[in-house]
Design a protein around this ligand. Structure first.
Ligand code: ZN
Length: 336
């Protein structure tokens, strides 16, 4: 892909030291015709080593990545780094400012916009910059997500199941360095154009995360994000503040690789869960039921698991819509 982005920046990706600046995305408003929208970006570079691209706020209502990466940029000094960190704590900043999953400017989901286009809506232009300028520089790509307002998750570092075994094994090794309770292999059941999928397709060591949900935002989830990123950077000798030590408790490797592992609401209404996170599930078992808001005294609609395993993800906001994922079922996974 040609490096012909319409986005400009004063950041020099070859310069050593710590730079904090913005990407300037052409974006007119009714009150400002000649205008740019600013997306924050930082680069910390020193010595020689891999380039790590770190992003948060791909979805604006997911706060772990935004806060962990803002803290990281403020805290890290170039002397502690061997290699280059490129950090975008609010990748979809319009959504971050609005506290929404989707961009309020163009209504788009950043994590369905990759690789994007040069002259696109704002979300697609940002995706195109990442695809055409930043990903070619990167060896390791980390996109920090959580359930936001829509889903609740047992905390994981995650990736897709890849045909390239060498790449997959290295991604699992990198994910395991975080010390999160789970390393989760997921499948796409709601479209394509994900940042991690695109980075994986380029052969990058690519990690995503799902850390709790917006109501769970707090010390525990932030520590997983902050300690996880730092441990991984130490494992790759990019962060040299202290030696890498493997996590005391190994992550459990689990997977939801069948579309049937993602249970969609059969009707709209209020989802009443019957199980807690981490409970074991048998195929056919009722996971919960959905109460109609229009016929409150009619029998609720049962929501059944189609596969067996462990309840890993659950509807994060009880008022649900037909077709929304209300449960994710995982099983233990073994690397081939
Ligand atoms: Zn997300």
């Amino acid at each position: 892909m040609a490096n012909d982005s319409l986005i400009s920046t004063d950041i020099d990706y070859t310069q050593h030291g710590k730079q904090m600046g913005v990407l300037r995305v052409p974006q007119s408003f009714n009150t400002a015709g000649w205008a740019n929208y600013f997306i924050p970006i930082a680069v910390i570079q020193n010595g020689s080593g891999p380039t790590v691209l770190l992003s948060g706020g791909n979805h604006g209502d997911e706060y772990e990545g935004q806060v962990a990466l803002m803290n990281l940029v403020r805290e890290l000094q170039p002397e502690q780094v061997q290699g280059r960190l490129i950090v975008l704590p609010m990748l979809n900043r319009p959504a971050c400012v609005a506290g929404t999953r989707l961009s309020p400017i163009d209504g788009r989901n950043m994590n369905r916009a990759f690789p994007g286009q040069r002259n696109d809506t704002i979300t697609g232009m940002i995706a195109h910059y990442v695809s055409s300028v930043l990903l070619p520089l990167a060896d390791i790509v980390v996109d920090i997500h959580s359930g936001g307002r829509t889903l609740q998750f047992l905390p994981s570092v995650n990736m897709h199941e890849l045909a390239n075994k060498t790449q997959m094994d290295e991604m699992v090794r990198a994910a395991s360095s975080w010390g999160a309770p789970y390393v989760f292999i997921y499948a796409d059941v709601a479209g394509e154009g994900l940042l991690p999928s695109y980075a994986e397709s380029l052969g990058k060591i690519t990690l995503g995360t799902e850390l709790g949900s917006a109501p769970q935002f707090g010390v525990e989830m932030l520590q997983i994000a902050e300690n996880g990123v730092k441990n991984m950077l130490r494992m790759y000798d990019v962060l040299t503040d202290s030696p890498y030590t493997p996590p005391a408790v190994a992550s459990q490797l689990v997977a939801a690789t069948n579309a049937a592992d993602y249970v969609m609401a059969p009707v709209s209404g209020i989802f009443e869960p019957f199980l807690e996170m981490g409970d074991s599930v048998d195929a056919g078992q009722e996971l919960g039921q959905i109460h109609s808001t229009e016929m409150p005294f009619a029998p609720p609609s049962p929501v059944r698991a189609q596969t067996s395993g462990l309840l890993f993800g659950r509807c994060g906001f009880p008022l649900t819509q037909q077709g929304a994922c209300v449960a994710t079922i995982v099983r233990p996974y073994t690397l081939a």
